[in-house]
Design a protein around this ligand. Structure first.
Ligand code: GAP
Length: 455
């Protein structure tokens, strides 16, 4: 049996294969910031596309929006973020480190990493103080006259303040939703769990506006719907659970929230939140702006819709997919590391490999096939080094299929197609390769990973 999936293994694979790099590395790094390399970009992009597919493309009651990152500062005053979006922090006067007062259990003492803050004899912790998580900046040329603004800590507010614009032109009545994908920023003080919690991250949020009497029903609907989305793209059911918030955990705007949790290497943690935000946001912005954000029925009656919000981080979703996909096994007495990603999420769908890189007949055929396939899917051509090495490289980035051009191809126009998960190989005609591949990629997929390989 393979060892457990640790965060170190994921971090190492991500760096080795160019998914994720520590940010500003040549300057010593910047905590809780990461840069995404080629495969990281492709994987994140596939996650966003699959989310948009489920939220917008496959439905007729949700439309898309892309609002600004920097909004009028009154937005954050009205939303409650200026007053209440904060974490309790303590400082250690001795080692000058800062910790979340509610996460001291998970933190390491700045002097003695084997101990928790406050446990070493030199520790000198202050009382907890509230620390706002929003990054503040200025709009305007001059430091003195510029207007203070914030980088958005969630994409949701951009949706609420556009309710009237969208409802006016979308020709939809509640229940209907507005979906948005974009960057958010939070000045997080974290114990450093890779891309789980970072200073900047992408969110995929959808605000679903419903008649008040239907709010509970739609809340339950979206919890189930979102759970099913994670399953649809291969996350194992054994590693997913729904955890309703206790009353004392609820955000200031929420009457009910459930976290969809994943069993990350750091333990069960929030992957996605689904909240019943009631009429909190539309009422707050109506009161603060003077613009009525309400729904007017044809008979002239009006009401403020309630909002159900599923909110998922792209980066956190990527981490869950990576952890769930990571696998190690021994094949023909050699170690193999493989990312068993859902084929629709895999950064590269197929690799085209001439068996002998120096054989021009083979490379010519392979390049021709590669150029045909890349018109429709993300493919890679690789003719460098031993074929076994090339397979292993593709396994590590999660490529579901490898197409090999060999001696037999030159005789009968067939190639082998090797399947990442089962390692099964089949010969198919080169003329049918594109059609065959597209059919295989569209097949349902579930993780072959054994349940005993717990992170
Ligand atoms: N609009 C509601 C909202 O923002 P949230 O629970 O604070 O709710 C939603 O964030 C999701 O965004 C989380 O479930 C998580 O997936 C992701 N997320 C939040 N903060 C994050 C951070 N600092 N780094 C990475 N992802 C984060």
């Amino acid at each position: 049996m393979a060892d457990a999936v640790t965060m170190e293994k994921i971090v190492s694979l991500c760096k080795r294969r160019g998914f994720v790099f520590p940010s500003s590395e040549i300057y010593g790094g910047l905590g809780s910031s990461y840069d995404y390399g080629h495969y990281g970009v492709l994987l994140k992009d596939n996650i966003k596309q699959r989310w948009l597919q489920a939220m917008v493309q496959e439905r007729d009651d949700i439309v898309a929006l892309d609002s600004s990152i920097i909004l009028h500062s009154d937005v954050w005053q009205a939303s409650g973020h200026v007053g209440g979006f904060s974490d309790p922090l303590v400082d250690c006067k001795f080692c000058k480190k800062r910790y979340r007062a509610d996460h001291l259990e998970d933190a390491q003492c700045g002097q003695r990493p084997s101990k928790r803050p406050g446990e070493a004899s030199d520790c000198d912790l202050t009382e907890a103080r509230q620390f706002n998580l929003m990054f503040e900046t200025r709009v305007g040329a001059l430091e003195e006259t510029g207007v203070p603004v914030y980088l958005r800590p969630e994409t949701a507010q951009g949706i609420f303040i556009n309710f009237k614009n969208v409802a006016g032109i979308a020709r939809r009545k509640p229940p209907f939703g507005i979906a948005q994908v974009g960057k958010s920023f939070r000045n997080e003080i974290t114990p450093g769990n890779f891309i789980f919690r970072t200073l900047e991250f992408e969110q995929m949020e959808m605000e679903f506006f419903v008649p008040p009497a239907e709010a509970d029903e739609w809340y339950r609907y979206w919890v189930d719907e979102r759970f099913a989305w994670h399953r649809r793209y291969g996350i194992r059911e054994s590693h997913l659970r729904i955890r309703p918030h206790d009353d004392d955990e609820l955000s200031h705007y929420s009457s009910a929230t459930s976290d969809i949790e994943y069993l990350f290497p750091i333990g069960w943690s929030e992957l996605e939140g689904v909240a019943n935000r009631g009429d909190f946001d539309l009422t707050a912005h109506t009161n603060a702006s003077g613009t009525k954000l309400e729904w007017v029925e044809q008979d002239g009656s009006r009401y403020t819709p309630h909002v159900i919000e599923p909110a998922l981080g792209v980066n956190r979703s990527m981490l869950a997919f990576l952890v769930d996909a990571y696998d190690e096994e021994v094949v023909a007495e050699r170690d193999r590391t493989v990312l068993r990603l859902h084929p629709q999420l895999a950064p590269v769908k197929a690799a085209v490999l001439p068996l002998i890189g120096k054989n021009e007949d083979m490379t010519g055929r392979a390049r021709k096939l590669y150029e045909e396939l890349r018109q429709v899917i993300s493919v890679e051509y690789d003719d460098g080094g031993q074929i076994g090495r090339r397979y292993r490289r593709q396994d590590e980035i999660g490529t579901p299929y490898a197409l090999t051009i060999d001696d037999q191809t030159l005789e009968d126009d067939t190639i082998t197609i090797r399947e990442r998960d089962s390692l099964a190989q089949e010969r198919i005609s080169i003329a049918r390769a594109r059609e065959h591949l597209l059919d295989r990629l569209a097949e349902p997929w579930s993780s072959p990973k054994v349940a005993s390989l717990l992170p």
